[in-house]
Design a protein around this ligand. Sequence first.
Ligand code: SF4
Length: 205
Amino acid sequence: MLKMMIGFFKDYFKYKDEVKKQKRWIAKFTTQKNYALNPSWMMSTNLEIWLSEMEKTFGKRYCPCFEPSNDEALNKKMLCPCEFIDDEIKEYGTCHCALFGSPDLDKAGWKASSDRLMSEYRVPLNLKNGVLDTRGMPKDSRRNLAVPDAMHQLKSTLNSYNQKQLSMIVESEQEAKNLEKIASFRGYTYSKEPKDDYYKVNLEF
Ligand code: SF4
């Protein structure tokens, strides 16, 4: 918990200007659409930090909950605010990431949505002897993308990982490419080994 808090404030100061920029378009958007912003400052700021990080890593403001896919049409739909927002607000009261929600959602409703989101990401990871096998995670029904995807599994692993090297098994070349972009942005050493039906990515921190 302490490590996560320190990480949050480190990122907050690192992305302070970008977060301000995100807050500006978000304020305009919520007014135009009559949506509410997640009332938890920490949760909404965290999502604004992740949006900024997505923009810096992948060049576009992709949804912070999903890494880009190899389907350009789907990627376009995943630019925040994404094309799924209206549908998801109707279904859960908030969008998938719980950044935006219905204006009449009460505290319990926001909490239920944030809990739903957290439960999707707090799943046991398949990490053994420095190898993280990211395959086999459930798929989001609207986007048909894994939750948590390889990028989020890496982030979760690093919250409590103390080794200098990590290997990751990913199903697709796109995931391997995404990890290369993350490694380049974060200054990790990266190499990739194509196998018969998966890719092995080696990272050094
Ligand atoms: S789910 Fe929410 S945060 Fe994610 S892209 Fe859609 S609107 Fe943005």
